[in-house]
Design a protein around this ligand. Structure first.
Ligand code: 13P
Length: 339
């Protein structure tokens, strides 16, 4: 069992490849579609996601896995092929978001805890049958006056570890995602401290709950200045602080770290990742698991119109290629503009 988990986890962070996060919940995908004036129907969601998964060249060369929402794992492409098969035909691995969202944490104003553990063992068994070989669970950690609290860090780490242990029992690789949110006026040092505390708490709990680190992938935030902070750290400082924080807290048994984009611009998300890989030697692979930073340009180019599919696929392919270069530290602004 451990061998299969390790093989899957290593494939998820294969050289120059990263993960496409296409697991927007019903509420989130509606927000994305609202931004382009498209109604969020089951068919429109299918058409949009099928369009991405059929970017065969980008999928084959840049994408190791795709995180899906429950609906998508059960959906069929227009020609009747299950979407999970469209993905696996490109060599990418289908994965599934299993948490049911972050809710207010009782007694802790401004903080949240992620739900979704009830019945999870049975859901994993079904997801495995449907082709999922990895899973995702996202914890939300806000920075503010005297938060994150220990209560919040421990509640979320405990849930992440229970989720991860159950995933491994089902032969599914858990992506553990403790997301320190970038919104707010905090500076990069506060983000560093919150991220370090969240990761230390998480790895402590993963150890307690007997999770095999070699069969996991970490999906963290980068260490960034808050979006409303008057001084914004530059690319190299973000790369330095992020790697420093990860080296303190993430055991080298973890095969790979795939960042979330979290609201960074497309190019910042790429530049930060590339700088980390170019500047530092690390014990784990550093790659991407981007949602917005891989999809935003494609979503806009598509606009819900069949005649825009080729342009949208070109936009997605471009971002996938830029991030693939970043995953080996070989991206630069000239390559960005040349394309
Ligand atoms: P973003 O890259 O848009 O932050 O999404 C990644 C993700 O899956 C968050 O859970």
């Amino acid at each position: 069992m451990t061998a299969q988990l390790e093989t899957t986890a290593q494939a998820m962070v294969a050289d120059g490849k990263g993960i496409l996060a296409a697991d927007e919940s019903s509420g989130t995908i509606k927000k994305r579609f609202d931004s382009i004036g498209v109604e969020s129907t089951e068919d429109n969601r299918r058409d949009y996601r099928e369009m991405l998964f059929r970017c065969t060249d980008a999928m084959k060369t840049c994408i190791s896995g795709v995180i899906l929402f429950d609906e998508t794992l059960r959906q069929k492409a227009k020609d009747g092929t299950p979407l999970s098969q469209v993905i696996s035909d490109t060599g990418a691995i289908p994965g599934i978001k299993v948490d049911t969202g972050a809710k207010d944490l009782a007694g802790c104003p401004g903080e949240m805890v992620t739900e979704g553990l009830d019945g999870l063992r049975e859901r994993y068994a079904e997801y495995y049958e449907l082709g999922a070989r990895f899973a995702k669970w996202r914890a939300v950690i806000n920075i503010g006056e005297r938060i994150p609290s220990r209560t919040c860090l421990e509640a979320n780490a405990h849930a992440l570890a229970r989720y991860a242990a159950l995933a491994q029992e089902a032969n599914i690789v858990p992506i553990v995602e403790p997301e320190v949110i970038m919104d707010g006026p905090h500076d990069i040092a506060q983000c560093f401290d919150a991220t370090e505390a969240a990761l230390n708490t998480l790895y402590d709990e993963l150890y307690t709950q007997r999770v095999v680190l070699e069969g996991t992938v970490l999906k963290p935030n980068m260490v960034l200045s808050g979006t409303d902070c008057p001084t914004q750290a530059g690319i190299e400082e973000v790369a330095e602080q992020t790697v420093k924080c990860l080296k303190r807290a993430v055991p080298s048994a973890v095969p790979g770290i795939c960042f979330l984009s979290g609201g960074q611009s497309d190019e910042d998300a790429t530049a930060h990742l590339s700088a980390m890989n170019a500047m530092f030697d690390c014990p784990w692979k550093l790659s991407f698991s981007y949602g917005r930073a891989l999809q935003a340009a494609a979503l806009k180019a598509w606009g819900g119109k069949a005649e825009n599919v080729a342009a949208a696929q070109a936009a997605f392919t471009h971002r996938a290629k830029m991030n693939s270069l970043a995953a080996t530290g070989k991206w630069n602004t000239e390559l960005e503009q040349a394309a």
